[in-house]
Design a binder for this molecule. Structure first.
Ligand SMILES: Cc1cc2nc3c(=O)[nH]c(=O)nc-3n(C[C@H](O)[C@H](O)[C@H](O)COP(=O)(O)OP(=O)(O)OC[C@H]3O[C@@H](n4cnc5c(N)ncnc54)[C@H](O)[C@@H]3O)c2cc1C
Length: 579
């Protein structure tokens, strides 16, 4: 069990952390053991199989999933009574990071653990749990999640699949689902359909039920080693006992599963980035041009440093969030309490999904660039990683949808009183709109970075508060302002967390990573805030807000070139991510 501060989701925006956050430096022996097990499995059994998986060797996928089950990796946070290992959420992300670099296999694995097991565990009846969860956790059967349709992806509740209620209480399902991961070989599907065309509902459907079939494999940009097919349902008779949760409450199942799925996807992106940093540093150290290793060129050191820093920020948010969820759960695996904890940290899950998937795409793009021509050909894995990762910004809720959710959820909590954002924004307005009140930096360690992070929080509150005041009930229609506000909030959580982690460690390298991240976040946030404020106000009001912004965000730049070089050199000498 992990002990960390118990707090509310989003509270970091208005409060200073009063207790240590959970970080990778605080892993317990149990965590390290599960990491070792997962890493060894991936290195010795999955990596050597990747080429065969690319050729769609589904029998091998089944074998590897069963091996994952034998090692306890499919049920880290599943109760022992259902065949799991009953560990915490930190353990779940450790495993997610380990499998992350295998992309296609990670997608199969994620669909099994996050999308098939989670809905049964959190919403299934005792009968459904007992019937299916132990076999999913052992890897004896494979699962899939069928929410999307050709006409309803982001708008999942617009599904056309229909469940017609029968006189005996059972249902007959008809419809076609699209892009179903594990679709070609799954034994069991979590299917969403509307009862009598209206009540959105989740069902468990076995492949063996008459009328269930899979369409052809999609020809995809990447993830060739992961099955993606349509799922066809033709007069499929499903017993009444196979409803997950309640009829008409399928949205609760779908959205809560996504909350957890986003968090786990971020872990896989983090693991993928760490692997790519390893490949990039090894390549840069051995590839010589102009008589010297390319790792010695400033332009390449900049890339390696920036890749490492961005992963550091994401990894820090991931472990902090896992610690917050575990702190709330205090060791319980009760499904209701788990659901509430996941819902509490839904804002952080969306932040992590966006930040991790975009960080990974940046890292993999730079990995191709560092490999030069070799980055563009099949002989090296850089091009495959680049193609495989692109979908992370599309599934589990597109990044556009997640960006809209982040400030939207914060605003809703503020209005409902769950988070005292409105009083904080009012206090802040009085404070920052009064000239001459800018804080001066002390001279302790990280003092200047702390001041910047505190300023970033003020800017986030100023922008969100102004948006809520300006648009009121119509805020959800202002997508550009919401998305820009989300970018600010993401940078705040990342900068706050990276700094807290570095301050908790005595590592000079971590201090450098946090310093660069905080410094650069200030620049990004300033531009985003100017864009948002200019869209919401004009004339004297805008001038006053911009003057306040300049006063709050008065940042003296640090020498990030030197700090990035030091981080790049550490990564190169360690042949990988140095933290
Ligand atoms: C490889 C792969 C595996 C997948 N696995 C599964 C799976 O296992 N199960 C499953 O159910 N689904 C799965 N999906 C489907 C995936 O979840 C959807 O593709 C995704 O939700 C986006 O839906 P869409 O493709 O219909 O895009 P659309 O919803 O049509 O979106 C198109 C664009 O419009 C934007 N957009 C849409 N609505 C809005 C809005 N309100 N405001 C602003 N912008 C908006 C989107 O952000 C996007 O940029 C998978 C997809 C892929 C490619």
């Amino acid at each position: 069990m992990t002990t960390t501060t118990t707090t509310r989701g989003g509270a970091w925006l208005i409060e200073e952390a009063t207790e240590p956050i959970f970080t990778p430096e605080r892993l317990t022996d149990e965590h390290r053991l599960i990491k070792q097990t997962a890493d060894e499995f991936v290195d010795t059994e999955v990596r050597p199989a990747l080429e065969r998986l690319e050729q769609k060797d589904w029998a091998l996928v089944r074998t590897l999933i069963r091996r994952s089950g034998e090692l306890g990796l499919l049920g880290t946070d599943v109760p022992e009574s259902l065949g799991g290992v009953e560990l915490d959420k930190v353990s779940a992300i450790i495993v997610g990071e380990s499998v992350g670099h295998t992309a296609s296999f990670a997608t199969t694995f994620g669909a099994q653990t996050g999308l098939a097991i989670t809905p049964l565990l959190c919403f299934g009846s005792d009968e459904l749990k007992a019937k299916y969860v132990p076999d999913l956790v052992s890897g004896a059967i494979l699962g899939a999640y069928a929410l999307s349709e050709s006409g309803s992806g982001s708008d999942a509740l617009g599904a056309k699949a229909r469940a017609t209620r029968q006189p005996d209480g059972s249902f007959v399902l008809n419809g076609e689902k699209m892009w179903i991961t594990n679709g070609g070989f799954a034994d069991l599907f979590i299917v969403f359909a509307k009862v009598d065309g209206e009540q959105f509902t989740a069902f468990v459907v076995e492949r063996s039920f008459p009328g269930v079939s899979s369409g052809h494999e999609e020809h995809k940009l990447g993830l060739h080693g992961s099955s993606t097919t349509p799922l066809l349902l033709q007069d499929v008779k499903v017993p009444a006992s196979h409803v997950i949760g309640e009829v008409g409450r399928g949205h609760k199942v779908a959205f809560n599963v996504l909350n957890y799925g986003r968090f786990k996807l971020a872990a896989m992106c983090s693991g993928g980035a760490r692997g790519a940093i390893g490949e990039a540093t090894a390549y840069a150290a051995q590839r010589r041009q102009f008589g010297q290793p390319i790792a010695t060129f400033g332009a390449i050191r900049h890339k390696l440093g920036e890749m490492t820093i961005r992963e550091y920020a994401v990894e820090s948010m991931l472990y902090r969030t896992a610690g917050l969820i575990d702190g709330t759960l205090q060791g319980t695996h009760d499904s209701q309490e788990t659901l509430e904890a996941l819902e509490e940290f839904a804002i952080e899950a969306s932040i992590l999904k966006v930040a991790a998937s975009e960080m990974l795409d940046f890292v993999l793009d730079e990995n191709v660039q560092i490999h030069g021509g070799n980055g563009f050909v099949h002989d090296y894995p850089a091009e495959r990683h680049y193609r495989d990762a692109r979908v992370n910004r599309i599934f589990e809720g597109t990044n556009e949808i997640n960006r809209l959710l982040i400030p939207g959820m914060l605003a809703r909590r503020a209005v409902k009183g769950g988070l005292p954002l409105i009083p904080a924004a009012r206090r802040l307005q009085d404070e920052i709109l009064t000239p001459g009140l800018s804080e001066s930096a002390g001279d302790g360690p990280f003092e200047s970075e702390r001041r910047i992070v505190s300023a970033l929080k003020k800017v986030a509150l100023m922008v969100l508060g102004t948006a809520m005041q300006t648009y009121g009930d119509t805020l959800s229609e202002q997508q550009e302002v919401l998305s820009t506000t989300a970018d600010i909030i993401i940078d705040v959580y990342a900068a706050d967390t990276a700094l807290l982690r570095a301050a908790q460690s005595s590592s000079e390298l971590q201090a450098s990573a946090a310093t660069v991240f905080v410094n650069d976040a200030a620049g990004r946030v300033e531009i985003a805030a100017r864009t948002a404020l200019a869209a919401m106000s004009e004339g004297d009001t805008l001038r006053t807000l911009l003057a306040a912004l300049r006063r709050v965000l008065k940042v003296t730049p640090v020498n990030t070139v030197a700090l990035r070089r030091a981080i790049a050199d550490a990564a190169t000498s360690q042949k990988g991510y140095p933290f």
